[in-house]
Design a protein. Structure first.
Length: 198
């Protein structure tokens, strides 16, 4: 049996007329219009951020939202669903890279209206990867390869649009894992500024 790490989730205790109430710290963050993506990009993590964005837009369609990102990346389709919602809401979205924004996590970070990175954070971009093996008939392998190239065009287009880089340059950079330190991310147009205070 593997060991399970128990992660303590900080809670806030508030005194009310009904007595002491415990709140998840994420509830307090939501009240300040702050969301987080601190895990792999998948259906569950993206759904949580999407729910938060839709709720905050309903509360105030003009007030900005901050999205903190520290993600190794993950599922392209889930990430693109979140990307589409980020583009569709009217709130300005400030993305802040804490630690690492990699792969689909990088695409979501780059897509922010205001993109800030902490001094020792990094951004990593690369082409989409095949998951689950590429077995099957020649036609099914070709279909998967064609779909992967379609996804590659979409993700490179998003990076080019939000960074200002020519598409050809994005394809060169994403051909392998390309890491950008904070200063390099700003110089490449992947981030707007380095910050030292939150």
């Amino acid at each position: 049996m593997g060991e399970h790490t128990i992660i303590y989730q900080p809670q806030i205790i508030r005194e009310t007329a009904e007595g002491l109430n415990r709140l998840d710290i994420r509830d307090e963050m939501l009240s300040r219009r702050e969301l987080e993506l601190m895990t792999s990009v998948d259906a569950e993590s993206c759904a949580a951020v999407i729910r938060g964005l839709l709720y905050l837009q309903h509360q105030d369609p003009e007030a900005p939202v901050t999205l903190y990102i520290n993600s190794p990346g993950g599922e392209v389709q889930s990430g693109l669903a979140l990307y589409d919602v980020m583009q569709a809401v009217t709130c300005t979205i400030r993305t802040v890279c804490l630690g690492m924004a990699a792969s689909m996590g990088a695409l979501l970070f780059i897509a922010g209206d205001e993109r800030e990175v902490l001094p020792h954070s990094r951004v990593m971009i690369h082409d989409p990867l095949i998951s689950g093996g590429a077995g099957g008939s020649a036609l099914s392998v070709k279909a998967r390869a064609d779909d992967l190239m379609r996804i590659r065009d979409i993700t490179a287009g998003v990076i080019a649009r939000h960074s200002g880089m020519p598409l050809e340059r994005v394809f060169e950079l994403t051909a392998s894992d390309t890491y950008f330190e904070a200063k390099e991310a700003v110089e490449a147009g992947l981030a707007d500024r380095i910050i030292t205070k939150l």
